[in-house]
Design a protein around this ligand. Sequence first.
Ligand code: SF4
Length: 693
Amino acid sequence: DSQDYDKEVASVCPFCGVGCQVSLKVKDNKVVYVEGINGPANEGRLCVKGRFGFDYIHHDHRLTKPLIRRADAPAKGLNVDPNNWQEVFREATWDEALDFAAKGLKGRGREVAGFGSAKCTNEEAYLFQKFIRQGFGHNNVDHCTRLCHASSVAALLENVGSGAVTATFNEIENADVAIVIGANPIENHPVAATYFKQFAKRGGKLIVMDPRGQALKRHATHMLQFRPGADVSMLNAIMHVIVEEELYDRQYIEAYTENWEAEKAHLADFAPEKMADICGIDAETLRAVARDFARGKAGMIFWGMGVSQHIHGTDNSRCLISLALMTGHVGRPGAGLHPLRGQNNVQGASDAGLIPMFLPDYQSVMDDGVRSAFTEVWGSEDFSNQKGLTVTEIMDAVHEGYIKAMYILGENPAMSDPDVEHARDALAKLDHLVVQDIFLTETANYADVILPASAFAEKSGTVTNTNRQVQMGRPAVTPPGEAREDWAITTELARRCGMEWGYDSPADVFAEMKLNMRSLENITWDRLARENAVTYPSLSPEDPGQPIVFGDGFPRPQGRARFTPASVIAPDDVPDADYPMILTTGRQLEHWHTGSMTRRSAVLDAVEPEANCSLHPSTLRKLGVEPGGHVRLTTKRGSVVVMARADRAVAPDMVFLPFAYVEAAANILTNPALDPYGKIPEFKFSAVRVEAA
Ligand code: SF4
């Protein structure tokens, strides 16, 4: 009813990478409800988070004034009550807080590192990486992509030449076969999942592969609940069948790929009969899946953190890329590779250069010509040609004493890092920590100065979803109290650190980004303001963008994609007598990441108010714990107590633990061992002991 609101503003859901467009209904400077609108990814649909998860914007925990740690505050730690922070922090003016923040950073070169966030807009992410590179002369800047799809991107860049998806998820409408592996889209990409379900209802062959059962199973032609960590064995076995039965696309391989003979030879060792026990899937099923996928006219592969968050995450993705290439399932309608992005702007923040190896558009920091193209635009000196440190390496460098000051925007490493006590100890060791956020997050607990920032509904900026769709976010309400837009805060801080930045708006920043980002060709701020979304690449000012890329070759030498054979590497932390079960972590439908937003959303928190884990009913019986009772989970890193749910989707030797709950932080338990290529930690596999609490 139009009486219910004063105005409506089109924007983009701030949660997952699907990037649903929303209409924010505003009354008296408050968002009162939200409806889906006809964006290219969602066509009017929303999930429970998009529809009901907006009231955190107006929560009374919002930061409204800059805060500075009191000289007599207790030692740094998770000891700040968001309702009673006055013992630890005092209010400050913006001038005092910005001067204080800048004083602790300016001139400290390599002692400073920065974490931006996939919650940032493209413009904020671009400014943040520029702040570190221009202001401090190095590349120690990263964000949560390192914890998410870094290994997928490493494999895609290596073998396809581009880290983004080759086809939008909506292209499943044109497919007749699709694999969903290591992803639980009904919970984590719910609107994308509606397209997957429709595909299956139309008769498409849906192949779901996951160590944990899931609701998509109901729609699947094949459900492969394989042993955790056995991805490479299983995928190589499937590809072995494709080679053995000559189901591959010889013409495609000859025209568009390289290193096929090496891949073929490597796969000879992976007969399904040999791999069946290792991956827990019988040989006949592996053969049937190989035939169904290879014989499909158009096939897509979707994957998530279940693939990427392993020490062999890059190898897992290499296998998926090889599978798509050998079957010719790339570059056509209904065919392609699609790592489902987890956060609203993890694609855009990565595109904007918020990573230690790459400047915007994945241009190498090691390339002199690339750096000089940027420093020319920035009007500044050259900076380091060495790749910077990644998220977890930065925390190690704090412990080693190399990094002493940090600027953290929107990221919450005190919850999100693996072996999180190690990260918390590092944050406590810093002699200067600047945190810019909307809440007093767990990370802000460790800050020396806190800069109150803006929620998505309070600012302008573009974001890029999992489909490569650049979309316009618009302000619907004003920030609370003295909170400011993030681009303006970073700009002020840069000026006080000696950088001559003259931006007046995010549109100015976007115009600068376009100077060195070919991906934004034909995409302008005005166009986005008019059209809401444009997919990159866009071939002309009228082209809405290309949903499918690489139909005529790849951005690699000779235009050829590459087969990179993958060998089996065991998980790092294997079960033993003391830690006999396997822990895997993830999100659940109602909560998003570290919970700072969704746990402050009344509806979502009412549905899922308590830290929980899922165990097979037979495991609960053995433990003597009733569903709803509590268990203690212990790994080599630490221990938490959580409520236990009975869930047949979890194998008897596994436990699934969501990571949104500070009172039982999953990352106290997780293993920081890294994939050597993507530098992503092995969140998805830790040896664990489960006991009645
Ligand atoms: Fe938001 Fe993702 Fe849900 Fe869409 S599917 S409404 S983007 S959380």
